[in-house]
Design a protein around this ligand. Structure first.
Ligand code: AMP
Length: 448
């Protein structure tokens, strides 16, 4: 036998150690229950460990968080030594929303649980400054932040980024959509050029490509062609509804399904989320609303009620629901269609988490056929149409049809419909919460 051959049982050798990760980190990954790296992890981790700048296209639920957290931890382990208290972090992760930031913070704690010395902090909008400032004054390895709050602290001299070696932009496309471009560039200018920059985004072209050109040094592009494992586990269905009353009946029937463990029902506006949660509660459901207009304390309590399974149904808007990672969500129901088609993908990604299967049901009124076709073009797949016995729609649509439908039909006002979107733009959930800080001086017009 070749003396160099590994004679240990192959099951005992984690494929994560083959990626070049330190055994303490591999140990934490195994304790998290992961046996095999996902496609994005297998491609991005070794490349990041080489020190290259990376642009990575990755979908929701693909395991991308570990793709940047693990190599960052590895760098900290390989070159120990933390900046002095108040000298800022060695790694900075920027993410668009506080929910996502808190999710990443949790991931750092999970993947870094064997590194007792590790100090992680987050600074995000909408939370009190006190605890965040205290964390910044101490010694710090990793800082997770939303751009608005971080820039606030940077310009007021309460944080320095002079020690940052690894700079990660998560969901870069989303941050740009939210109007954070100038904040991101100002933040990047405060970080030494010698840094390693890792950018993750659903798309790599257009504005994201321009941003990468400004912030990165000849980045390597990593594009994951195969759909993420988690998305494959999501079954999609479409029900056509003749109108609001029909849609409510479909929702009632769907929520009576005993196979639902927990469900997220999406609406297009905050007002719809409030109203629908109230009416479902009146029907006896364990339900709560979650939207950007709610105070942060209440949002956090709602999310922990969901995690503790005190809620069966969450009625949410897009921004508020981003980053929710609750494996017991078995169903996503699109009661109001997303305003941006890519949010469809983010929405359905709330189910089918952590290798489980999930069902994503979309309820669409006939007048919304064009939005459905846009979603199908964006995801490059038809959403199979389905009916419920006794609740069949009067009208059906041929796949691919849709031209002129919205012009011919649906002129009346419906909450969440196209007319409402125009009238009620101030109530949309499509703006970043932190936008308020800037808008506040001009007078606030509503909420997200
Ligand atoms: P992310 O795309 O980073 O939000 O991860 C999506 C989900 O996949 C999270 O619930 C992770 O905990 C889980 N996950 C990440 N990496 C793996 C892996 N290698 N094996 C199994 N689950 C994973």
């Amino acid at each position: 036998m070749n003396p160099l051959q590994n004679t240990g049982s192959p099951e005992l050798v984690s494929p994560f150690s083959g990626l070049g990760l330190h055994e303490q980190i591999v140990d934490a990954v195994s304790r998290a229950g992961y046996t095999t790296p996902t496609a994005v992890q297998a491609a991005a981790i070794p490349a990041a460990l080489l020190g290259d700048d990376l642009m990575v296209s990755s979908a929701t639920g693909s395991g991308k968080t570990a793709s940047f957290v693990l190599p960052t931890l590895q760098r900290l382990v390989a070159n120990p030594g933390r900046p002095a208290p108040g000298r800022g972090p060695r790694a900075l992760f920027l993410s668009p929303t506080r929910e996502l930031s808190l999710q990443i913070t949790k991931a750092c704690e999970t993947y870094g649980r064997t590194l007792r010395w590790l100090r992680v902090a987050s600074v995000v909008g909408g939370m009190p400054y006190g605890a965040q400032l205290r964390a910044l004054r101490g010694s710090l390895d990793v800082l997770i932040a939303t751009p608005g709050r971080l820039l606030d602290l940077l310009t007021s001299g309460r944080v320095t980024l002079a020690s940052v070696e690894t700079f990660v932009l998560d969901e870069a496309d989303r941050m740009l959509d939210m109007g954070f471009i100038e904040d991101i560039e100002a933040i990047a200018n405060a970080i030494p050029r010698s840094r390693q920059t890792l950018l993750f985004s659903a798309t790599l072209g257009g504005k994201v490509g321009d941003l990468a050109g400004n912030l990165m040094r000849t980045p390597r592009r990593i594009e994951i062609a195969t759909p993420p494992a988690a998305t494959k586990a999501i079954t999609q269905r479409l029900h056509w509804a003749d109108g609001r009353v029909h849609k409510d009946k479909l929702l009632d029937r769907l929520l009576a399904d005993p196979t639902i463990d927990q469900a997220v029902v999406f609406t297009s506006t905050q007002r719809d989320a409030e109203r629908l949660a109230e009416s479902l509660q009146a029907d006896g459901h364990a339900v709560s609303a979650l939207h950007g207009g709610m105070p942060q304390g209440l949002r956090s309590r709602t999310l922990s009620a969901l995690r503790q399974r005190r809620l069966r149904v969450l009625v949410a808007t897009d921004v508020a629901a981003r980053g929710i990672d609750v494996p017991t969500i078995t169903h996503v129901i699109n009661y109001g269609l997303p305003i941006q088609v890519e949010d469809y993908v983010h929405r359905i990604g709330r189910t089918g988490r952590a290798g489980r299967s999930g069902l994503a049901v979309t309820l669409a009124e006939h007048a919304e056929v064009r939005t459905i076709r846009r979603i199908e073009r964006f995801t490059d797949a038809k959403i199979p149409v389905s009916t419920l016995e006794g609740l069949e729609p009067r009208q059906t649509h041929r796949p691919g049809s849709g031209h002129g439908e919205e012009r011919r039909r649906g002129h009346g006002y419906r909450p969440g419909g196209p007319a409402a979107r125009k009238q009620g733009a101030a109530h949309r959930d499509a703006r970043p919460h932190e936008g308020y800080r800037k808008n506040a001086t001009r007078g606030r017009q509503g909420g997200n």
